[in-house]
Design a protein around this ligand. Structure first.
Ligand SMILES: C[S@@+](CC[C@H](N)C(=O)[O-])C[C@H]1O[C@@H](n2cnc3c(N)ncnc32)[C@H](O)[C@@H]1O
Length: 274
């Protein structure tokens, strides 16, 4: 288990980041040491770990989530967790036998994605017939909504292998046809997405501006997509690294998923990159 952005965490310029309205798991650092302490009953010696049965990512997702509708989106059901993110992360790595996974953001509906999904559902003409990329897709909520609203093609991009598995399961449950992209489109020097640049008409981004490094790369990528002619819509509740200069399109009072945010209602805006 590693921090979501070790480089950024070491940067003194980020000293105030934990106070910013970042996803709870990020602000808390999702520290493995804290997880171990939380899980071990006081004064009870933990048995030596034996060989654990490793389950597939799909089996893990089904076992640790329930199908539920995200707040404000009764039209869609997703495999979602009510487990505390740090605890779910610990279980993910232990039960799937992988030690390299990022925090399980796929298991929660984030305010940015919810607002963007609601906006599209209320204005289906924005997405119908479009070739859509959902960047940092997480559960796949925004991509699934786009597919359900009649987008011509939808690609859901995420670098977390559990997320990309969850997106497939969630798409199936909702009868949404989409393609899952596991490549890191934000990686410096990534050249294989020229197809995306030339064909994508609409780029959707829900809640992706919570880490400085990722936000920086995402903004560069989104600007390139914009220059190539794509429209870029961003759902965001004012995370620490949301870029300035965006055009506000609509705002929503998004009820926070239990335990995920520092407040019960997250005011969230859908923005357009000019
Ligand atoms: C806070 S979640 C938001 C998920 C979803 N858009 C929503 O609003 O519910 C951020 C997601 O970004 C993904 N992510 C991080 N770096 C990424 C990258 N370089 N490319 C694509 N996805 C990335 C994470 O794995 C995570 O699923």
């Amino acid at each position: 288990m590693t921090s979501g952005d070790a480089g950024a965490a070491a940067d003194p310029a980020l000293a105030g980041a934990a106070a910013d309205p970042a996803p709870a798991g990020v602000a808390a650092g999702l520290a493995p040491a804290g997880v171990a302490a939380d899980l071990a009953p006081a004064g009870v010696a933990e048995p030596a770990p034996g060989p654990a049965a490793v389950v597939s990512l799909e089996a893990f997702i089904r076992a640790w989530t329930t199908l539920a509708a995200p707040p404000l989106i009764p039209e869609i059901t997703l495999y979602l967790s009510h487990e505390e993110p740090t605890v779910l992360w610990e279980h993910t790595e232990r039960e799937t036998g992988r030690a390299d996974l990022p925090p399980p953001f796929w298991a929660y509906p984030w305010a940015g994605g919810i607002a963007l999904a609601r906006y599209l559902l209320d204005q289906p003409g924005q997405v119908a017939g479009q070739t859509v990329l959902d960047l940092a897709s997480g559960s796949g909520l925004v991509a699934i909504v786009a597919a359900r609203l009649g987008a011509a093609e939808v690609t859901a991009s995420d670098i977390d292998p559990v997320a990309t598995t969850a997106i497939g399961l969630n798409a199936e449950v909702n009868g949404a046809a989409l393609t899952v992209c596991t490549a890191d489109l934000l990686a410096t020097g990534h050249v294989s997405h020229s197809d995306l640049l030339s064909h994508t008409g609409l780029v959707l981004v829900g809640d992706a501006f919570y880490e400085r490094r990722m936000a920086h790369h995402a903004l560069g990528f989104l600007r390139r997509m914009r220059e190539a002619g794509a429209r870029v819509l961003i759902g965001d509740p004012g995370r620490a690294y949301l870029p300035p200069g965006l055009t506000a399109l609509a705002s929503y009072a998004v009820p926070a998923w239990a335990g995920l945010e520092d407040t019960e209602i997250k005011p969230t805006t859908v923005w357009e990159l000019p």
